[in-house]
Design a protein around this ligand. Structure first.
Ligand code: KMH
Ligand code: ZN
Length: 274
């Protein structure tokens, strides 16, 4: 019997420049094309950061709204907007992301050193964003960069109850310089510490930790996030050509583990999205 596998694709991120990586989907057209290819390859959800006309990260509301609509028209993927944005985005703008009416949003459970920068997620902001997501019926994906953030999730759920739809989906983002390492040992520790309310979880390893985290997640029955937000080489020194290439690799790893990729409709059911 095969078990379903959610593959979330994070095609763009906020950290890589178009100049450094011309294959990065930074325009709406490129993003929609990438999303369609990734859906055909086996993705069920897309985690979205957008760029402006100069390919710089932006949280412009009109662009975000157009992006959600375009992705809904072109695919059946669950559209998850990033509320993390870039390390330079102010907290009030990050709250306004929900005005674009996505199916889902990322919600990071605490402040993390992020390379030489700080990814700021103070507790009052986490609480405001969570309550706003509950009000708006937007399903959060709780992004955990560190083990302390697993405990913060338990605290949040204890204080404010379950998300819209009643499901609790977690994504371990591992291997960020400043966060937990992208190792099997760290993932085992994170999974063991998860609150009982968690109904599904995935993991992604940044950079060279990508394969270690992928196999560790599959070994524990977890789901996967892949994409050019997280890794830009397919093997040592070999650049990724497309996001679909990373989804295809995840599908293949899942196949060996007897896991079958979930469609957008199945992903909606998993995450409690109406
Ligand atoms: N770009 C990072 C600073 C998220 O999308 O919510 C934050 C990030 C997390 O990528
Ligand atoms: Zn992101």
């Amino acid at each position: 019997m095969s078990t379903p596998l959610l593959i979330t694709v994070a095609p763009t991120g906020a950290e890589t420049t178009k100049a450094d990586c011309p294959h990065l989907p930074t325009t709406l057209e490129e993003l929609v094309t990438a999303a369609k290819e990734c859906e055909a390859a086996g993705a069920g959800m897309v985690h979205v950061h957008i760029r402006d006309d100069e390919h710089r990260p932006t949280l412009d509301l009109a662009r975000l709204t157009d992006t959600v609509q375009a992705l809904h028209e072109a695919t059946d993927l669950v559209v998850q907007l990033s509320t993390g944005g870039s390390v330079h985005d102010p907290l009030d703008q990050r709250l306004k992301v929900l005005d674009a009416e996505p199916d889902a949003c990322s919600l990071t459970m605490g402040t993390t050193n992020f390379g030489d920068d700080v990814f700021s997620n103070p507790w009052p902001f986490v609480c405001d964003l969570y309550q706003l997501a509950q009000e708006r019926g937007v399903v959060p994906e709780f992004e955990l960069f560190d083990l302390g953030q697993v405990a913060a999730l338990e605290r949040l759920l204890g204080k404010y109850g379950l998300p819209s739809g009643g499901k609790v989906h977690v994504d371990f983002v591992m291997g960020v310089p400043g966060g937990m390492p992208g190792t099997a040992a760290a993932l085992v520790a994170g999974v063991q510490a998860m609150p009982a309310e968690v109904t599904s979880w995935s993991a992604t390893g940044i950079g060279r930790s990508t394969l270690a985290v992928m196999y560790a997640s599959l070994a524990q029955g977890g789901h996967l996030r892949v994409g050019m937000e997280d890794v830009l080489t397919i093997s040592r020194g070999v650049p990724v050509e497309s996001n679909a290439q990373l989804v295809e690799r995840a599908v293949e790893a899942g196949r060996i583990a007897q896991r079958v990729p979930m469609s957008g409709a199945e992903t909606r059911e998993l995450l409690g999205i109406a």
